[in-house]
Design a protein around this ligand. Structure first.
Ligand code: SAH
Ligand code: SF4
Ligand code: F3S
Length: 472
């Protein structure tokens, strides 16, 4: 394995982009407000916080809405066809807006742009797109936007580099004052046969653990109460850096910073270690909740997916986790309609769901992605069959979720209050350690605090409760 740690952005590169940001601020005829539209996973959400930080460094402020912005940027996802179609549909919608607001700038970036041929497609089919770049060169936004505005021509810069530099030291504008994402690694080496992420995000590059820990300490000083460590497969953190901490060691060290709440995602079952389970059991601040994507219950399909574990092995991991952390909440991702999936294979997935009793599951219909091995496999499953199966699976999980939530009625839980409830302004909404939304009567003064809540009722996917006398 390649043990040369990935390079970080050089001071020279950072300096150049800073200079462009400065020069941009001084332009008279330039966009003043931005709007970022984000699709896809937490990785993209975190990238959007960097985009926002860069815009602010260039003198822009956030627009009140999409219609008012001088610049709209779409940070795209291409993990499934519907994610990509939704993004492109919205880009096209702006074409109309541009007719009434000719100065509006439209930009597209993110994973979708890293697909082969996407740059050309934008050039040809989307002439109203002013600026396009990928995940590799996100840090170059100041220069690219400066060029677009000064040279008055479209700027499309898509670079292919599967070991692109780790973006340290970039400005960031966090979207929450309570919880924060901390990316610990970029890319993915797993090449699950259905998945496009390794092609658009490149190889695994771990950040220096000292930097990660420093960032967590900094966030804590700013008042952040909850940190989510991010990576496509956090369990292989550090393997690309000689002498680096393992993920379990990093998690332990992060716990020791004293940040009140720690979560992480995503864990690939093939790499989950006993050491990690031990750290989860012994840590003070690591939530007893784990997202462990199973994807499927049939060994034949798991093999074709290149997941490198069996149903039996997955069940073993679950029992180790539950033995070490009895109250652990488990969530998962499941795919139906993978090529060659028979009724019997699908039944194996249902059996896995019934056996594990996940607290929640994200279910997806398999979507062929160009360039991935599964896209050219025989026996693609007809859409009607997949949609019937997913309905069954959703119904099955819904009952289990309800049961798992009901079992929490009567418990006293520590809830991090996040803001007013969406449905009822007299209620506060927060999360318990199992990552479930809990609503309870209260006011804005509680936001950002941990409160002790007695759970009184369970809805379909949320809990309600009342405050105990004192906070915790
Ligand atoms: N790195 C994470 C997941 C990233 S993508 C992991 O390995 O778990 C998030 C989820 O999207 C995956 O877990 C998978 O369930 C789903 N997914 C990925 N590619 C897909 C495809 N081609 N069709 C349908 N679902 C897909
Ligand atoms: Fe995709 Fe598999 Fe990597 Fe997850 S582990 S991002 S599903 S290739
Ligand atoms: Fe989508 Fe890219 Fe995430 S393809 S799921 S936004 S890594």
């Amino acid at each position: 394995m390649d043990r040369m740690p990935a390079k970080e952005l050089s001071p020279q590169e950072l300096g150049e982009q800073k200079a462009y940001a400065e020069a941009f601020r001084k332009l008279e005829d330039r966009p003043k407000t931005y709007c970022i539209v984000t699709y896809g996973c937490q990785m993209n959400e975190r990238d959007s916080e960097t985009l926002a930080g860069l815009f602010v460094s260039m003198g822009l402020t956030e627009a009140a809405g999409r219609e008012e912005a001088d610049l709209v940027i779409f940070n795209t996802c291409c993990v499934r066809d519907n994610a990509q179609r939704r993004a492109l549909g919205n880009v096209t919608w702006l074409k109309e807006l541009k007719k009434t607001r000719p100065h509006l700038l439209v930009a597209v970036c993110g994973c979708m742009m890293q697909q082969p041929g996407m740059g050309e497609e934008i050039l040809r089919q989307y002439p109203f797109v002013d600026l396009a770049f990928g995940t590799v060169n996100l840090h170059r936004l100041p220069e690219l936007l400066y060029r677009r505005v000064c040279e008055r021509r479209r700027v499309i810069e898509i670079l292919q580099d599967d070991r692109s530099a780790i973006p340290e030291e970039l400005p960031v504008l966090r979207s929450s004052a309570i919880s924060a994402y901390v990316t610990i690694m970029y890319g993915c080496n797993n090449f699950c046969s259905y998945c496009i992420v390794p092609y658009v995000r490149g190889r695994e590059r771990s950040r220096d653990s000292a930097r990660v820990l420093e960032e967590i300490r900094g966030l804590q000083k700013e008042g952040i109460r909850e940190v989510m460590l991010l990576g496509q497969n956090v369990n292989s953190y550090g393997l690309d850096r000689q002498g680096e901490l393992s993920f379990a060691q990093l998690l332990k060290a992060a716990d020791e910073t004293g940040i009140p709440r720690l979560r992480f995602m995503t864990s690939h079952p093939k790499d989950i270690s006993e050491e990690l389970i031990g750290v989860m059991a012994g840590a003070k601040n690591v939530c007893h909740s784990l997202h462990l994507p199973a994807q499927h219950g049939s060994d034949r399909i798991l093999k074709a997916m290149n997941r490198r574990y069996t149903k039996q092995r997955y069940l073993e991991i679950v029992s180790h986790l539950r033995a070490a952390v009895p109250d652990i909440a488990l969530s998962t991702d499941l795919i139906v309609g993978f090529p060659g999936e028979t009724e019997a294979d699908f039944e194996e997935t249902c059996d896995l769901v019934r056996t594990v009793e996940f607290d929640s599951a994200f279910t997806f219909i398999y979507s062929p992605r160009i360039g991935t091995p599964a896209a050219s496999m025989k026996d693609q499953v007809p859409a009607e069959v997949s949609s019937e199966r997913i309905q069954k699976l959703i119904a099955l999980q819904k009952d289990i979720t309800k049961r798992r939530l009901k079992s929490q009625i009567g418990q006293i839980q520590r809830v991090l209050a996040e803001g007013p409830s969406r449905r009822d302004p007299l209620q506060v909404s927060g999360k318990n350690e199992y990552n479930v939304t809990v609503n309870f009567p209260g006011d804005a003064s509680l936001v950002g605090q941990f409160v002790e809540i007695k759970i009184t009722d369970a809805k379909e996917s949320t809990l309600t409760g009342v405050r105990m006398e004192k906070g915790v």
